[in-house]
Design a protein around this ligand. Sequence first.
Ligand code: RUQ
Ligand code: CUA
Length: 627
Amino acid sequence: MQKIKLKTLFVAVAGLFVGLLLAYSISSQISPTTTGGLKASKEGVSEDIIDAALKTYVPPGQLDEYYLFASGGHSGQLFVYGVPSMRRIRSIPVFNKESAIGYGWTTESKEMLGDFAWGDAHHPALSETKGDYDGRWLFMNDNANSRVARVNLDSFTTQQILGPVPNVYGPHGSVFLTPNSEYFMMASRFAGPIPYGTYSELDNFKEDYKGVMAAIAIDPKDGEMSVGWEVLLPPWSYDLSDAGKGVSDGWCFLTTYNTEEAYHLLEVESSQRERDYIVAINWKMLEQAAKDGKTKDIGGAKVIDPNDVPGSVYLVPCAKSPHGVDVTPDGKYFIGNGKLAPIVTVFSFEKFMECVNNKDFQGEERGFPIVNYEKTRVAEVEVGLGPLHTQFDDQGNAYTSLFVESAVAKWSLSDFKVTDKTQVHYCPGHLTSAEGDTVNPDGKYLVSLNKLAKDKYLSVGPSHPESMQLIDLTSSKMKVLYDSPVDPEPHFAQMIKADKIKTFEVYPKDEAREGAVYAKEDARVVRDGKNVTVYMMAFRSRYYPDTVEINEGDHVTWYITNTDFDEDITHGFGIMFYDINCEAQPGQTQKLEFVADKAGVYPYYCTNFCSALHQEMQGYLLVKPKS
Ligand code: RUQ
Ligand code: CUA
């Protein structure tokens, strides 16, 4: 016994000693870039690191300069970051349920989400006025269920989900707004028989399967979305889109792949042609055609056959299975990102219009004129391998993500020469620069949205986070300043100057609001047959009423109003075993509905820490058994 103890002690001490020795030798070898935090003194820390630290550190009490809105991909949500700190400030549920705020539990959010528990959010787009972000709304698409959502930026909450939008299978090519937020276009990634639910064998692909672009109209007063009109397109895959601006206002541009019209083994079959197309669409012409009634009703949408509107659709050849298409801030060029070709192709809008006006075509496909490639194209810029997306700064430079090369290329819009390249980690998809999709980009910052992180963060097992890297654009050479892990999966992000967004602090008192009560005397439980309505008030730190007695089988409508009109005092409301939770922000009224199908005693309590007596904020739901 004694012997074993001694031995154990010896092993432990020796182990500790070896451990310390190892720790010392490792820490002395690791460069400051890979240890946690900077050394207290500047000694041994490179100027570069000090510079990066100073440029990204936002001290306590100070605020970031930009909001970054990044889509959450197949998690359905929207992430809000501050730039340059790259701190995540908020996650906004959009196409996903989120118990913390009761999104997907409250009556209103349940109705918005409809039958779907997930969405695939790709492209957030900030609303624009005269081509500049105006800070009012953000729109985002759901590639999985052909929907779009609007997030109001005064409250950072999802306020509308539209869809499934008829006839558009997988609207990857959205959301990209026209310069005054008149519309955004939703173009289909998958060709399909329309309307939804129509059955047709794949052998009929070329005849029965359609591509469709929907123009979603936005009400300038409140951002309310509705389906404006749609246009039929060939059964190709429409990948990304962008709206013209300045000289090219009134047009929109879509990239295509699979102009081969394959429906098996796309990996091979859709990469046969050296060039696919950018489809240029005169949306103002189609808008007029819709007004003139040149539409057919398909699936409840007004659909235009572009053959009835000659001159509304043209094809511009572009190498090879292009992914992103990006219009320059002045609207003079549209740029196709090669994906399978190591180039971006720069097209002049002016030259394009010359070809259109002079009927300078090199053929046609599916009835659409193909404009003269040699004349329209002004440059093929050899940026590197796997170009996907391009963004802009305020100095006439473009920045292209290189997926295969894990790099960003900087090139000039005046001589189309590559001037700089920086590595990013790893495999960037989209990029976003400060105010990058406006007519007035800020330059300054670029964020690379990387698909793989590999070794960049502490390991969390086989699947690693995605990664966003902040890049400094203030000198001639790009410099990576900061790495920020991010949940799956930002496809795109936009960055807006923080002072453009005006939020409110409390929901205003509104006696007319459905279910709201603002005085404890008005808090009550009302029965009408089997329907029970609870008008509840939540106020630091109690609920009125704090006992609710009902009968098994009752249909319950439960309103909860937070009457703390006080910044940041949010109350939660969770009922045990009834799978219910939501929050009511200051001044807000929420509505929940459920059937009391379980008899018994169910405590309810405030789930959101609100005061020193938060733990006391509770009550009982008593459900009397039927018999
Ligand atoms: S995509 S990585 Cu879904 Cu916008 Cu280009
Ligand atoms: Cu109210 Cu915690």
